[in-house]
Ligand binder design. Structure first.
Ligand code: DNO
Ligand code: MN
Length: 355
């Protein structure tokens, strides 16, 4: 298992590569060209510049998170073929730069959804929280207003001000897309890109829907093991694989994370793992907590044991962390709590290896 951290780039991250380099057992970072809109091809010179800055800090650049999939591809609208051609170009260019895994998601309109980005925990730290009763209040026809009102303090990925005008339009377009149709559109995308992945050795790793149930009435197709199996079966190629996010899938108590790990690894399709713990206090209400099993609802030892025993040899990263010790960073992505998470994972892993 290769340990990495997500890094948003010099301009977008409060954490430096030099700091990341000092985390024990760190191999590299998952990076991305965040300013390139979904649907466009990533320029080779910019990919190489990103690689160089990462390599110069003594770190590997083998995972990209994310090359975002455009709304046209998710909707299956006419521009999708042009966007897929661009995606294929990006895959080949990333392969040339030494990238092995691309993490992406197929969630309509938004990436992960939370009701608060800085909920207080009893220990005085801040964390992200999901409270269904707040989310349920937000209806598709009022969501743009809600986002504008919150824009100053509360900006989730996908909630960028420049997207707001498009949001209402996107909601109406996705309102006619069933889960079955969305899955078909994912298959269309995968079938088109798999030959390039096969040829270049780049694995695609889809991230589950976060939270793993429908929000704002939008269709969701990666919520549980059944969905995961269906996605892996959409295209048999081993390069059509999974990012297993423990905190995301684990926020639904029915999801058996060790079983999902075993299944995906046995098919050679687990390429990337996001490791994080959450505490569920009532259905559809959870808070992100430290990685320590005792702090949350997930048994981190059982999860790591499943990875170890199944012979997982892909990439792993701590997912979100709490904001601790007065750190100011983008929600979920401070240095301190994620570094603590890695140290904890390292300890469990060493114990597993040494029996
Ligand atoms: C949350 C994060 C996600 C992830 C994207 C992948 O759990 O891991 O924001 O990066 O969904 O495309
Ligand atoms: Mn994740």
């Amino acid at each position: 298992m290769k340990m990495i951290m997500r890094w948003f780039g010099e301009e977008n991250d409060t954490v430096t590569l030099q700091q990341i380099r000092q985390v024990p057992n760190i191999d590299g970072v998952a990076g991305a060209l965040h300013h390139i809109p979904a649907g466009e091809a990533w320029p080779m010179d910019e990919i190489l510049a990103l690689k160089k800055s990462i390599n110069d800090a003594g770190l590997q650049f083998e995972v990209v998170e994310s090359v975002n999939v455009s709304d046209a591809i998710k909707l299956g609208s006419p521009e999708r073929d042009a966007h897929i051609e661009n995606y294929k170009l990006t895959i080949s260019r990333l392969a040339e730069a030494g990238v092995k895994v691309i993490c992406y998601n197929f969630m309509p309109v938004f990436d992960w959804t939370r009701s608060s980005l800085d909920a207080p925990l009893p220990d005085g730290s801040q964390t992200m929280e999901y409270n269904e009763s707040i989310i349920a209040e937000i209806k598709p026809d009022t969501i743009a207003d809600y986002m504008l009102e919150k824009a100053e303090t509360y900006s989730l990925p996908g909630w960028e001000p420049e997207r707001m005008a498009k949001i209402v339009d996107l909601f109406s377009k996705f309102s006619v897309i069933t889960e079955e149709k969305l899955r078909e559109n994912l298959k269309y995308f995968l079938d088109a890109i798999m030959p390039v992945c096969e040829e270049t050795g780049v694995a695609m790793a889809i991230h589950p829907d976060d939270p793993p149930w429908s929000v704002f009435g939008l269709p969701r197709i990666f919520k549980n093991q059944g969905d995961m199996e269906a996605i892996m079966a959409l295209n048999e190629n081993r390069m059509n694989g999974i990012t297993l996010c423990t905190g995301c899938l684990g926020s639904h108590p029915d999801n058996d994370i060790p079983a999902m790990i075993e299944s995906a690894v046995s098919k050679g399709k687990l390429h990337f793992v996001h490791i994080r713990n959450i505490r569920i206090t009532k259905p559809r209400y959870f808070r992100e907590v430290s990685h320590f099993s005792g702090d949350g609802s997930l048994d981190m030892f059982a999860i790591l044991k499943a990875l170890y025993q199944s012979g997982f040899d892909g990439y792993a990263r701590p997912d979100h962390g709490r904001m601790i010790w007065g750190e100011q960073a983008r929600p979920g992505y401070g240095l301190y709590d994620r570094a603590l998470g890695i140290a904890y994972i390292n300890g469990i892993w060493e114990a597993l290896e040494k029996g």
